[in-house]
Design a binder for this molecule. Structure first.
Ligand code: URA
Length: 237
């Protein structure tokens, strides 16, 4: 498989390795400089730093073909809400409704999330809502590791651009991906963890996913306890 085919299959590492090989070749030819447009250099330098605009990241997501999910999507779901929010909700991946609307959490689980946000005395416009994956996996199957690898730089850049103080990770997948752990959600939820973003520490509260609550309403009590901890931590001291 050539490197571009590897990249299309969701292995950007193969492309980086190809680029490194090319740079070594240029060095062997005694080539000591590159004539890259300033705009491209600035864009690469800004990756993952505060100051990169959400709209610049969004336009890359809309064009992204970094993994095979782009072949099946109707619309990528970048994220929505306040681009300078103190609180970001991170879910797993768009479902059918989100894929059609191009907006996160607009289906049944989304209605429940909207109620949770209202219970915090906030609106969806006060917070930012996004997902680990920007494109819908077929039949809502679990995201594959190569899809997460290809997509998570977008989320990291998104979070760096927003600069929140808090993240609420919705469900096992979001919590385990953000915190790079395989600890079950039942043990992660209910206490704060740390996500590092461009030298800043962001407090992460994992809780159960609203879709899980639709089938296990008895767990709403746990989620409300987690959300209350979050509200308390967000209060000005
Ligand atoms: N579930 C998610 O994790 N994200 C959405 O946007 C919708 C449902």
């Amino acid at each position: 498989m050539n490197r571009w085919a590897a990249f299309e299959k969701g292995d950007p590492g193969a492309v980086l390795e190809g680029a490194a090989e090319y740079l070594r070749f240029l060095k062997e030819c005694n080539c000591s400089g590159f004539d890259l447009p300033k705009r491209s250099i600035a864009r690469v330098e800004n990756w993952g730093k505060a100051g990169e605009s959400l709209s610049a990241i969004r336009s890359e997501v809309l064009r992204c073909r970094g993994c095979p999910l782009h072949q099946h999507r109707n619309r990528p779901v970048f994220g929505a809400g306040n681009g300078t929010a103190r609180l970001v909700f991170v879910g797993e991946a768009p479902g059918r409704d989100e894929d059609l609307a191009g907006e996160p959490f607009v289906g049944e689980a989304g209605k429940l999330l909207t109620k949770i946000i209202a219970a915090m005395n906030l609106t969806r416009e006060d917070v930012y809502i996004c997902n680990i994956l920007k494109c819908r996996p077929p039949e809502n199957r679990n995201p594959l590791p190569q899809e997460v690898r290809a997509c998570s730089p977008f989320l990291r850049r998104q979070i760096a651009s927003i600069g929140p103080d808090f993240i609420c990770a919705l469900g096992a997948f979001a919590a385990q991906t953000l915190l790079k752990t395989d600890t079950p959600i039942s043990r992660l939820r209910g206490s704060f963890h740390t996500f590092r973003s461009g030298g800043r520490r962001i407090s992460v509260m994992p809780t159960f996913h609203p879709a899980f609550l639709l089938h296990h309403p008895e767990r709403k009590r746990d989620v409300w306890a987690d959300i209350q901890k979050l509200m308390q931590a967000m209060e000005p001291h």
